[in-house]
Design a protein around this ligand. Structure first.
Ligand code: GCU
Length: 632
């Protein structure tokens, strides 16, 4: 058996027990963090170090479709029998040269999987599979002169090691945010082979950590594209209303591959705006200008055609302009108090099950939310696909977007923090120009404690530095001060703009009637979004109102909930858990759950449960009389 020379020695005293892959990923995470912090140095430079903004506005070639795959539970394609990274792993796509050559894998005679798509819902035998699957895609690409080429992944769950033509491009950790690698000097006119090792194994130090109440769908869950740009191109930009203003646009642009300062034009032709700016020698420019614009809102989701142009590049985008802020316990959209009529959504595909990824699935889920009477959705518990956000922009639905800092992660682990910061940075980088997103959330149901508070404060500071135009929140802790009073005084409340709070009074906490005598208090003067509440029932399961799992019981939970919610003076938004039933490994109850969390107001087949109509009526009341939901 071949023994690679690099094992052992180099690690020496500095990182005694770290394997080379772990060492590399620690170094990559630290370098990315260092780069991000350098960028964070000045608010103006809130750009992401590598990510290309607005892929749909670029010249792209899709690599979606069938990919050859090798299932590799023992990571034989990556490690040798000494469990050391092998130099001759599957990323080499080796072929026997002679009849006596020993090659024990062959992508080209292996099975295929669809990309985009999780592997769990594509094959019965992969439903519970957690581990490594290798993906291979072959392609030819005649790259024109004076251009650059990148491979862009919209997401891969959870760790992706990416290789082109046998060369390592890099590794990405985090299952719900995009990443790209430059392949300009590696791509050939013909016979390219892109190989990705995707590993969705759960880890204690990861984000999320070992236990979640959603299915750990693995694979290349979202699209993969080749992105061709000019040698000097507009890599990133930000364009939004300046915080607190309704008629001043502020932003910046980062031109990549510059040798000197660049002329840039920001054009909003429909508004008669062409703003000329000059970058610095590094290709960065910041700008502000007055603009009389129709503001984006749920009632009028106005999007403008915007162009960012340089001497060599021109990028088009569709951008809405709106302001969002808090004033005391009011949430204020475009200067007017607003109540967020929301619902929570998991990125579960309606009807077919599995990770959703398409515009069509996004339209289905968001139109169900609109039909319910929503002007707001909480996309739980991780950044959803870009199609979902673009459709929310178009349909006029405000969005809460979240990173999967969920339940009890390792607060004192620096890698876990760097990982969470990286996911936050990528989430904000991808969607910073989307008017629908009004809230960045940094955590869900995380236990009180100093280490947790310090961890989350760092994320909040980062989010504020990366984007000062949106609100920051988290689904925080609350507690009983006596049998009838819930108190929200989580120390995290000090640092967020809006509270989120999850409560299951009537389901996990007592019976539905308990809500009738419950009062809610807080030590903060800030708005509350009840970010989760509800109960469970499979569609069509009927019986006495006192019997759990019946639609009647779930309906009753909601009736008592709505009456309680109306009595909370600082409530400014509601997000029942959840729009649609979704798969969860924590829900095995036969003939009731069957590995689905059945708290949906709608089944995974689009069937509306009785509780759906309780929320629909509440939201109708709020639309006809906005103060209906609130005690003055
Ligand atoms: C939690 C959690 C959700 C979970 C829900 C439930 O509050 O945030 O992820 O699915 O409760 O128990 O159904």
């Amino acid at each position: 058996m071949f023994k690679p020379a690099l094992t052992g020695v180099r690690r020496g005293r500095l990182f005694p027990n770290m394997s080379v892959p772990a060492l590399v990923s620690r170094l990559v995470a630290l370098v990315t963090l260092y780069l991000t912090l350098v960028c964070l140095g000045s608010t103006a430079k809130a750009q992401h170090p590598t990510l290309i903004q607005n892929i749909d506005g670029r010249k792209t070639t899709s690599l979606d479709g069938l990919w050859r795959v090798i299932v590799d539970p023992y990571e034989t394609g990556y490690y040798d029998y000494r469990y050391q990274p092998s130099r001759d792993g599957y990323f080499k796509d080796a072929k026997p040269k002679t009849e006596s050559d020993l090659i024990e894998y062959d992508f080209d005679t292996s099975e295929t999987l669809r990309v985009p798509g999780d592997w769990n819902s594509q094959r019965e035998r992969f439903l519970f599979y957690e581990g490594t699957i290798w993906y291979k895609k072959s392609f030819d690409y005649k790259k024109p002169a004076n251009t650059r080429l990148f491979v862009y992944f919209e997401a891969a769950n959870y760790v992706a090691d990416v290789y082109l033509n046998g060369e390592k491009l890099g590794r990405h950790e985090g299952g719900f945010t995009p990443f790209n690698f430059e392949v300009t000097n590696l791509v050939r006119d013909q016979g390219n082979f892109l190989i990705v090792k995707v590993d969705n194994k759960r880890r204690r130090d990861a984000v999320p950590t070992l236990n979640t109440d959603w299915w750990n769908y693995g694979g290349l869950t979202r699209s993969v594209k080749l992105v061709e740009t000019p040698a000097t191109f507009v890599r990133d930009y930000s364009l939004q209303l300046v915080k607190g203003s309704l008629n001043r646009v502020g932003g910046w642009v980062k031109v990549d591959g510059v040798k000197s300062a660049q002329k840039v034009a920001v054009e909003i032709s429909e508004a008669g705006i062409t703003q000329s700016i000059q970058t610095d020698a590094a290709g960065f420019a910041q700008f502000e200008f007055d603009a009389k614009l129709d503001l984006w809102s749920p009632e009028k989701p106005k999007l403008y055609d915007v162009a960012i142009a340089t001497e060599t590049d021109r990028v088009h985008d569709r951008i809405g302009f709106r302001s969002i802020e808090v004033r005391g316990s009011e949430i204020v959209l475009n200067g007017q108090p607003v109540f967020l009529r929301g619902v929570c959504i998991h990125e579960e595909a309606p009807f077919r099950g599995g990770r959703a990824f398409s515009h069509e699935e996004a339209r289905t889920l968001l139109s169900w939310a609109k039909e319910l009477g929503c002007n707001f959705v909480r996309l739980a518990h991780y950044p959803h696909n870009e199609a979902m956000i673009r459709e929310a922009d178009r349909l006029g639905i405000m969005v809460w977007s979240e990173i999967p800092v969920y339940w009890t992660i390792l607060w004192e682990n620096p890698d876990t923090l760097a990982n969470a910061q990286n996911q936050l940075g990528e989430m904000i980088a991808r969607d910073r120009n989307r008017s629908s997103i009004i809230i960045w959330s940094v955590a869900n149901e995380t236990p009180l404690g100093d280490a947790r508070l310090q961890f989350l404060r760092k994320l909040i500071e980062q989010a504020r530095t990366l984007d000062s135009t949106r609100l920051i929140s988290a689904a925080m802790e609350r507690h009983y001060v006596n049998g009838r009073t819930q108190m929200i005084d989580d120390p995290l409340g000090e640092y967020v703009d809006v509270f989120g709070c999850n409560e299951y009074v009537g389901w996990y906490d007592g019976l539905p009637e308990k809500a009738d005598t419950l009062e809610w208090k807080t030590t903060y003067k800030k708005p509350l979004i009840m970010s989760e509440f509800g109960g469970e029932a499979p569609y069509g399961h009927h019986g006495p109102v006192t019997r759990r799992w019946t639609e009647e019981f779930q309906e009753n939970v909601y009736q008592h909930q709505v009456r309680m919610l109306k009595r909370i003076s600082f409530l400014r938004g509601t997000c029942p858990w959840i729009l649609m039933d979704f798969r969860s490994p924590r829900r095995p109850l036969p003939n009731i759950q069957d590995f689905y969390n059945r708290k949906g107001l709608i089944s995974d087949q689009g069937e509306k449960k009785k509780a759906y109509y309780v929320m629909k009526q509440f939201y109708q009341e709020l639309q006809t009389n906005p103060s209906a939901g609130r005690v003055p």
